[in-house]
Design a binder for this molecule. Sequence first.
Ligand code: 4NP
Length: 157
Amino acid sequence: MTVKVLFVCLGNICRSPLAEAAFRAEAARIGLDAETDSAGTGGWHRGEPPDRRAIAAARRGGVDISHMRARQVRPGDFERFDHILALDADNLANLRALRPVGSRASLSLLLDHVPGREGEPVADPYYGGDGHFDITWRDVTEAARALAGKFAREEAA
Ligand code: 4NP
């Protein structure tokens, strides 16, 4: 079985590309078969690569995200993906509003999957400095480990 996972933030140039990259790396590490993508609830950056500070933070973490391109969430995402992970509460609320009736995709906050960090947002680093992007990378890496481990256990059950 392939688990299909979508990560969603506002612009799809900072947090969700990092979350997708961290999750892909962790899925590969533990042998979890996963299809992944990321998207933004906003469309201002569609077609653009990730923010150069996000590319640099991922590179410091050993992952290349420079090939990624931003896109906006679309109705078909609620059919295509099993799990849609929002990076913060505003984006989760927007996803709930966009979700077509009858969609079976599960919607949740990314850090809800990290024991002890339930309800926390992954803070938006867009108006911050390089250090903020390293915090984002650390947060999404922690979430990726918890999430991939959870999906792997579910697959094994
Ligand atoms: P992201 O960060 O949601 O983590 O990709 C942002 C990127 C762009 C904007 C806001 C947040 N923006 O307002 O353009």
